[in-house]
Design a protein around this ligand. Sequence first.
Ligand code: GCU
Length: 328
Amino acid sequence: MKIFKLSKKATLLAAAITALYSSYVAAATELKVAFNQSDKHPQYQALKEFGEQLSKATDGRYKVSVFPNELLGDQRASLELVQNGAIQMAVVANPLVENYDKTFAVLGIPYVYANTAHQEKVFTSDILDNLFASTKKFGFEVLTAYTAGARSLYTKGAPIKTIADLKGKKIRVLQSDTMIKMLSCMGGTGVPMNQGEVYTAIQQGVLDGAENNEITYADLKQYEVAPYFSRTGHLRVADLLVVSESFLSSMTPEDQATLKKLAKESTKKEFELWNAQIKTAEAFAKEKGATFVEVDTKPFQESCKPLQEELIRTPEQKALYEKIIALK
Ligand code: GCU
């Protein structure tokens, strides 16, 4: 009968553990994060690690679920979902936030960063903190900025080496005025479009090409439709991790501080992952038939100077620009 007693105890213990476990699971608040690229991407991996750390630091009260491949909508739609609190977080490219506040345009000025290390210094410093908190009034806050490398042009048919080569070419750009102007100053025509539509648009001839970094080029298999990658490196557009203001204010001040601290720290990790993947992405695209072409970027830089000046006009833009340059 001892055996019977023991097994009864064990059953009770198991039931208690199960109850405890399910209350732990039920208590975890889910943070849904919209992401528009694959689960191989450095930002996805940095976000996964951020989620694990958040869960640990809050004793499992918060759990982060990252939805890749535009499963929660494209960047523009997902930013709106964050604003109205339908989802908690998203990664969106800087030009989408720039549509709310032009000061953000400074973060994406053509040729503003000397290199990835300079950009990392800017993103891990505190010079962006006030700007990032200022979007509260739009229903979201920016938690941190991630690198997305340098963007270059890629096309079907032939590479782009000069401003003249871009004449009459329709190139997909991110959805903002600055991106459209950027393409015009480089000599072509910018067509704003969601990332998810780019591959088919090039394939069907609606576009002659697009512009992006090597990782996205390889990750989204765009080398299949635009095999000439011309290293113009014209922009280093930040990606921003945004959080819903209504969600943030539902957290205790301590939890908010933990979330903000860990999000900011994830930037360092993202840069590390980025630097580790960039060469592999290029090698992969080459293996699949892509041709990488070196370009003299000076004429492009010269021709985009008026655009640079246009983006450093307000006192806020000027102040931020100077702080970025000072970290070179
Ligand atoms: C980069 C960037 C993305 C962005 C994409 C695009 O890959 O990391 O945030 O969506 O470019 O051009 O759409």
